[in-house]
Design a protein around this ligand. Sequence first.
Ligand SMILES: C[S@@+](CC[C@H](N)C(=O)[O-])C[C@H]1O[C@@H](n2cnc3c(N)ncnc32)[C@H](O)[C@@H]1O
Length: 505
Amino acid sequence: MVEASRIFQTTLFPSFSILHKSCTLTQSPSFLRKKYSTTIHCSSSVSTSDSATEKAASVTPKVPWGCEIDSLQNAEALQRWLSDSGLPPQKMAIQKVEVGERGLVALKNIRKGEKLLFVPPSLVITADSEWSCPEAGEVLKQYSVPDWPLLATYLISEASLQQSSRWSNYISALPRQPYSLLYWTRAELDRFLEASQIRERAIERITNVIGTYDDLRLRIFSKYPDLFPEEVFNMETFKWSFGILFSRLVRLPSMDGRVALVPWADMLNHSCEVETFLDYDKSSKGVVFTTDRQYEPGEQVFISYGKKSNGELLLSYGFVPREGTNPSDSVELSLSLKKSDKCYKEKLEALRKHGLSASQCFPLRITGWPVELMAYSFLAVSPPSMSRQFEEMAAAASNATTIRKDIRYPEIEEQALQFILDSCEMSISKYTKFLQASGSMDLDVTSPKQLNRRLFLKQLAVDLCNSERRILFRAQSVLRRRLRDIRSGELRALRIFDGFRNLFK
Ligand SMILES: C[S@@+](CC[C@H](N)C(=O)[O-])C[C@H]1O[C@@H](n2cnc3c(N)ncnc32)[C@H](O)[C@@H]1O
């Protein structure tokens, strides 16, 4: 849930800055991003030679713990165990819901501004939680394993102990196959998400999870096979535990940003319309959230998993909000320097100096695009005579610098806008091609179960592509209008100039 998430604080329209981001919910852990980050290209194979990649990219057997994603039976046992373990009486209960399979539903009237939940720290899983097998925990700490892989290993260790783990009721109510792009095969990603940049993010994430597991296996598990047997600690179980973390881990700002799994609270589903987050409340000493609206008995209660785009929600949580309902939605637009550019080398050098490359993605929103995108476009179209400004443009295109961003070059604005428009239109045509083909797509299945899965994934992909294309259409129309204005302004100026010339003649 609360996949951490960055809240983009942006000044929108006509352009916004992606420079300053603040954070409440968890986001892809930095160890995953830094250590294993690989450059992934739109080729048909994942950029790792490890055969585990192939294994992970095929449909895989389910882990032996957890339950079906919509099972209420285990959720009831979870509710009973939580009450017996110190969870105070609640105004909500786990029920089957229309949005999100299972969710928390109001049992009583809930006021706006009310604090709910109060999950005590003793019922929260963090990197400091006690291990049922303390020796395993000790070993991981000796190796200074960071929080995310530590928690992933912890979850598997506790799950494998079944009833002997104090978390057995919690783990039994977790989905056996959490929804997220981690569970899509490589072929499904290639086929259904070809048009969207989120495909590359998914491949990168899968590669990173595999890399993390391989690193733990080589450095630690292989040295302590009694504590970490491969039958239990393997790629499959790691995919499950990372799937759980990506879709349920919370960052608690009032606990120094510590990441935690919070049983009960993690039954709350996301709504793009609410603006309330989980946090630790020092006065009541529990994890709470404060409602930003009232609820009547029978209504599902929601929180926000963060201001995420539809693609990011699909990546971590496996769902796509209804088209047009997510104000934080965005689509990644890919821009590239032209190889035929006379100043290609100089421009690339300037970009590299600021951590950028010849191809860069920038987020477009329905409300506008970031100033970094505009700066990149200025650089891409600028003529050799502007070579002294390359450095300044590249710096402004990078979100790593604090340099003034709203640079303007009126003499090349028209070309820069046309450059963005061309990229938008190229991207739109990819989406349109997929959406047109999706109607008659052969799903290539051998069983009804497989057919259901493919139909489900295809629908998610169609929903995502429609929402991303909608943003591109909007940008296209804004760009065309601006270009028209610039061109008609130029025409008018030319006419006035001609008028003066004739007068003097
Ligand atoms: C933190 S869990 C919430 C509890 C979950 N529904 C359950 O039954 O275990 C996050 C998962 O809930 C589902 N979910 C949450 N919000 C949703 C929404 N708005 N639409 C569809 N599914 C949602 C997704 O499967 C997501 O991966």
